[in-house]
Design a protein around this ligand. Structure first.
Ligand code: ADP
Ligand code: MG
Length: 249
């Protein structure tokens, strides 16, 4: 993959859930380069999560083309997921989950080390770095199910980072986080973007965005209704205006 190639390239993509009588995503075209920070807005049910799942090769395309990190998602979803960190929306561990925080973060390496290989020294080092980036080294040996929702969210973000991804997909990562954690994560995200990682984030929190150029993508009813670069301070207004324009349409 040449360095100027987009890390995410969707062309006229349609995605349908199994058994659905119409596609959930309709004619989506999106090209994202290295180090771009993309915030995805739009009302509940607009297709934001479906878009992330499509980029991550988890849903079959019924039409169009999707190439992520140089891999065609149709034929090589596994190759895509090795290079992509994906933080699921509203994921919570069962209180009895039998893994420590460190083990959960190490699982982020499985794309790299293979499901049946024991983690090596490099894997442990990558997991430790990820825990440090999130400032949660002190939680390493705690059972994951006994942490608060916000702490679990940080662990899952560390898990996504442990694989040294080229693309980070974050689905409403701030929903459980207090103001201090949000600020710390925004600061981390600006550093990741500066290091060349493409960050795609679904969020309804428009304050304290990372201090970098932001691209706003707004979705309505499975389509992209706005795709524009702006300053962090203008994101909320752009998304709100796009929302009221579509309500009046
Ligand atoms: N697993 C699924 N099976 C069938 N339909 C689904 C599934 N998940 C989501 N949908 C539908 O797809 C549409 C978009 O959902 P989603 O991508 O979750 O929206 P958003 O993340 O923007 O709130 C909704 O109409 C939703 O009901
Ligand atoms: Mg969603």
């Amino acid at each position: 993959m040449a360095s100027s190639d987009p890390v995410i390239l969707l062309e006229n993509v349609y995605t349908a859930y199994e058994g659905a009588d119409r596609p959930t995503l309709t004619d989506i075209s999106l090209s994202v380069g290295k180090g771009e920070f993309v915030i995805i807005g739009g009302p509940n049910g607009a297709g934001k999560t479906t878009l992330l799942e499509t980029i991550n090769g988890m849903l079959p395309l019924t039409h169009g083309k999707a190439v992520v990190c140089g891999h065609d998602v149709r034929g090589n979803g596994v190759g895509v997921r090795r290079r992509v960190g994906y933080l699921l929306q509203n994921f919570a561990f069962d209180p009895l989950t039998p893994f420590t925080v460190e083990e959960v973060v190490l699982m982020g390496r499985f794309g790299t080390i293979g499901l049946f290989r024991k983690p090596g020294k490099e894997d442990h080092e990558a997991a430790k770095r990820a825990l440090q980036l999130l400032g949660i080294e002190d939680l390493a040996s705690r059972p994951i199910g006994q942490l608060s929702g916000g702490q679990q969210q940080k662990v899952l973000l560390a898990q996504s980072l442990a694989r040294d991804p080229d693309v980070l997909l974050l689905d409403e990562p701030f929903s459980n986080l207090d103001m201090f954690a949000r600020e710390a994560i925004n600061c981390l995200l600006s550093r990741l973007v500066a290091s060349g990682i493409a960050v795609i984030i679904v969020s309804h929190a428009f304050d304290d965005l990372p201090d970098c150029r932001v691209r706003v993508v707004v979705m309505h009813d499975g389509r992209i209704s706005l795709d524009r670069e702006c300053l962090p301070a203008d994101v909320g207004l752009l998304i709100r205006n796009a929302g009221s324009a579509s309500l009046n349409a």
